[in-house]
Ligand binder design. Structure first.
Ligand code: ADP
Ligand code: MG
Length: 238
């Protein structure tokens, strides 16, 4: 099976060479655990390889993503300028739509916020790599059933089109949906921050929960986020 590099040093060789090409990976974790940065690594790597990339950003304005990418030494700006990368302004659109609907006296912006399948309209024909960060915002008024039906259908269509997709989903939304997102995707990565019981220090962990068709490490591994982005830490000797 073809693989797409993760853009993180030392991660590809832990998962048979990278993310499975043309399939969907879910990155779940609580806020501030490094989900977006994991996504930026992936997009930056794919942009370097000249793949057609797209970010659908539901929580951040493009300027903030660009700033974040610069702060970890993976500036995405040049790829936006040369057309390798496109960033969709779903966050801004959501705000405008809400304002508009409110001004027409429609009090419930629920419907548009639950249209996960509608994201397909934002993925043009030539797209090869897609990052949707964070799919969780669409689930606020949704049942787990409805979410799963739409999410399955979205993933099916993207896979059919050969697009390698990374979905970011915050843990709160994942829990609210009863964890059903996990069933639909080809692979799941979880990012965490935990207290070290011996030192009291807070530590970052990355855990590969599943990747179909792939040998995966069973233990979570530690990483740091620095001005160079995510660095996997060597195992300490006990
Ligand atoms: N340039 C940087 N140097 C060091 N740490 C950083 C840098 N940029 C971001 N971080 C760390 O990454 C965290 C945010 O990661 P992010 O991927 O945005 O989390 P999530 O998307 O899971 O909410 C910040 O809280 C900060 O601790
Ligand atoms: Mg984020």
């Amino acid at each position: 099976m073809e693989r797409v590099q993760t853009g993180i040093d030392g991660l590809d060789n832990k998962i048979d060479g990278g993310y499975p090409s043309g399939r969907a990976i879910l990155v779940a974790g609580t806020t501030g655990t490094g989900k977006t940065i994991l996504g930026i690594h992936f997009i930056y790597q794919c942009c370097l390889e000249g793949k057609k990339c797209r970010i659908i950003a539901t929580e951040e304005i493009p300027e903030d993503i660009l700033m974040q990418s610069e702060s970890i030494g993976m500036p995405l700006n040049k790829f936006l300028e040369n057309g390798t990368l496109t960033i969709d302004k779903v966050y801004e659109e959501r705000t405008w739509q809400t304002k508009e609907m409110m001004s027409f006296g429609i009090q419930k912006p629920d419907e548009m916020q639950s249209n996960i399948l509608g994201l397909l309209d934002k993925v043009p024909e030539k797209t090869e790599i897609l990052l949707i960060d964070n799919i969780g915002v669409f689930t606020l008024n949704m049942s787990a059933n409805e979410f799963r039906a739409q999410f399955d259908s979205l993933i099916y269509t993207l896979s059919k089109r050969g697009i390698t997709t990374m979905f970011v989903m915050d843990s709160a939304a994942d829990d609210r949906m009863g964890g059903v997102a996990s069933y639909s995707v080809y692979g799941i990565i979880r990012t965490m921050i935990k207290d070290n019981p011996y030192t009291g220090a807070r530590e970052r962990f990355l855990e590969i929960l599943k990747i179909r068709n792939t040998t995966i490490p069973l233990n979570p591994f530690r990483f740091d986020i620095t001005a160079k982005g995510i660095t996997l830490l060597k195992k300490e000797t006990k």
